[in-house]
Write a protein that binds this ligand. Structure first.
Ligand code: NDP
Ligand code: 8X3
Length: 252
């Protein structure tokens, strides 16, 4: 659609960054968010080179006030949002429940569940005035299954799964389609963040297999976003070929 606006949370790296790059084209307006301002500025430059109009917003999705003031301050030309991609999220730590760090739990719950809720609630006012509106929630295979030491991260992604299904029902009358995209292993900054900068542990997650790339998930999101209005893609799970479930991964 010409002149449409797409809002992507967490576009400074990984899946969100790939999605922004793949969706960038002339006639499209992109709003990209994240906490790292310098990265947002450099991503904007790249997207503008591809012909998109871009608005960057630095804020923390955990902060309700910051989320609300971001939406209040949106320039008029970026207010006709057709698509919200709820992508910002993270895992913090990988520990048995009895050893879990409660600060890690707070961070995951506040980002993956509450942040997604704040973004969604505030965005609906804009989406409901736009034809063909869509919300794409980035869930995870961790929202469909659980695995050892994944406890709280898995719980947050199960919540995203439940919220996607609930939103699809609640927003049906407003004509807002809701899709859920659930990746398996994707090599991004995800594991580096989970292991707090320990690159050895992070690299081990993807050792001996070819994981998904951010672009693979971005292409799936592009497919959803560009699908005709009569179609509602409810739920997609995407694995690397070496993965068949959270716990069935073949490594060479
Ligand atoms: P990355 O760490 O590469 O990207 C995460 C993005 O989220 C960054 O842009 C980061 O921006 C943003 N973000 C994190 N916390 C906040 C916050 N509090 N406020 C605003 N932005 C935030 O990881 P991925 O690209 O892999 O992760 C994207 C999504 O995909 C997440 O929801 C993740 O759970 C999900 N996922 C990832 C999988 C994987 O294997 N990689 C598999 C399944 C799902 P900044 O740091 O600038 O704030
Ligand atoms: C990220 C994928 O399997 O590490 O959501 O939980 S996994």
């Amino acid at each position: 659609m010409l002149n449409e606006t797409i809002l992507i949370s967490g576009a400074t790296s990984g899946i969100g960054l790939s999605t922004a790059k793949i969706l960038a084209k002339p006639g499209r307006k992109l709003i990209i968010t994240g906490r790292r301002k310098e990265l947002l500025q450099s991503v904007k430059n790249e997207l503008v080179e591809k012909g998109a109009e871009v608005y960057i917003a630095q804020f923390d999705v955990r902060n309700k006030i910051e989320v609300e003031s971001f939406f209040e301050q949106l320039p008029i030309e970026f207010q006709k949002i057709r698509v919200l991609v709820n992508n910002a999220g993270l895992a913090a730590g990988l520990d048995f429940i009895q050893n879990g760090d409660t600060d890690d739990w707070d961070q995951m719950i506040d980002t993956n569940i509450k942040g997604l809720l704040y973004m969604t609630r505030a965005a609906i006012k804009f989406l409901e005035n736009t034809n063909g509106a869509q919300i794409v929630n980035v869930g995870s295979i961790a929202g469909k299954e659980v695995y050892p030491k994944g406890n709280v991260y898995c719980a947050t992604k199960h919540a995203v799964d439940a919220l996607s299904r609930a939103m699809r029902i609640d927003l049906q009358e407003k004509g807002i389609r809701v899709s859920s995209v659930n990746p398996g292993l994707v090599e991004t900054e995800f594991s580096l963040v989970r292991f707090k900068g320990d690159s050895e542990k992070a690299n081990a997650v993807y050792k001996g297999l070819e994981p998904l790339h951010g672009d693979d998930i971005a292409e799936t999101i592009r497919y959803i976003v560009e699908t005709p209005f009569r179609i509602s893609i409810a739920d997609l799970t995407i694995f690397a070929s070496a993965q068949a479930s959270s716990r069935d991964v073949i490594r060479k």
